[in-house]
Design a protein around this ligand. Sequence first.
Ligand SMILES: Cc1cc2nc3c(=O)[nH]c(=O)nc-3n(C[C@H](O)[C@H](O)[C@H](O)COP(=O)(O)OP(=O)(O)OC[C@H]3O[C@@H](n4cnc5c(N)ncnc54)[C@H](O)[C@@H]3O)c2cc1C
Length: 321
Amino acid sequence: MSTLVFLEHHEGELQKGALGVLSNAVSLGNSEVAGVIAGSGVGALASEAGKFGAGKVWVADDPALEAPLPQPRVDVLAKIVRDGGYDTVLFGASVLAADVAAGLAARLDAGINWDLVDLVNENGRLVGKRPALGDSVYVDVGWKGEPRIGIVRSGTFEPSATGGEPEIAEAAVELEDFSIKATMVEQAHEEQAGPSIEDAEIIVAGGRGLGGPENFALVEDLAKALGGAVAATRAVVDAGWYPYSAQVGQTGKNVSPKLYVACGISGAIQHKVGMQSSNVIVAINKDANAPIFEFCDFGVVGDLHQVVPKLAELVRGRKGS
Ligand SMILES: Cc1cc2nc3c(=O)[nH]c(=O)nc-3n(C[C@H](O)[C@H](O)[C@H](O)COP(=O)(O)OP(=O)(O)OC[C@H]3O[C@@H](n4cnc5c(N)ncnc54)[C@H](O)[C@@H]3O)c2cc1C
């Protein structure tokens, strides 16, 4: 298998999700694992990709690739895949990656599997795993032809820096007329205090048990005391209590912090799949029969309005702040 990984970058940094996919591709024992970086002024990122196992890094560096728009990237990748003869193209899920992958699949008439939570090499055959039936089962998925295109669920693979200097190849930037029709009008950043949930080592998550949006202050306060980030269930995101960017689960983000404190969360399967790989899970729930107690490491049966502030106080006391 010769694999090409789309290395998404943002503000001068390669994205963790893409690097995780790269590390996984290397671990599968492919004959070649290359990365592609497309942007403007991005040459310096190539050697960084080498540290995560890319034997070769294609760099498409052109002002026309400055804005994170998908179609010009489809042109670049399609040419690299055709000229380089790659049989597999992998992406770490993101809004941009999903657009590029879909465009590439259409351009190359290739099969695409998305929402992958694992990739394995079964006697030289690439097999993907993905959740089905509301995340209650995992199924094996494959491809009928080449190139195979796969999008891996965010947060699935941890990047692993093994060191190495890649061969760097300049990629031709030949854009189709229709690919430069769209322009980026504005890019805005969501205001955020503290670490993002994808990067946080500690996460305190709030669910419907909080009773109302105003009670997220309890969760935020505990997260602050622990130096962690705040996450939420879909129930509270759908209710408008907290932003979607904080949602953990099947239709949100996958996280794997060292500590996950779930406050007023029932532990539905669709939430569980997004946080079950956390090192230590602590649940606070007033219902002793809540499903979350079946898979947490420590559980407190109690009213979160009493337990959470007490916990924050104890943490602060222990830290002496
Ligand atoms: C296709 C699909 C995709 C989905 N994707 C996601 C997803 O990505 N992420 C996600 O989270 N969900 C997702 N869901 C929804 C999921 O099924 C659950 O409905 C949701 O996770 C429940 O959220 P919750 O735990 O906050 O609320 P609830 O299930 O209502 O649980 C609230 C919990 O709080 C406890 N509680 C109440 N009051 C207190 C108190 N004072 N003190 C302590 N505990 C208290 C209750 O005992 C209860 O266990 C999805 C569903 C579907 C069908």
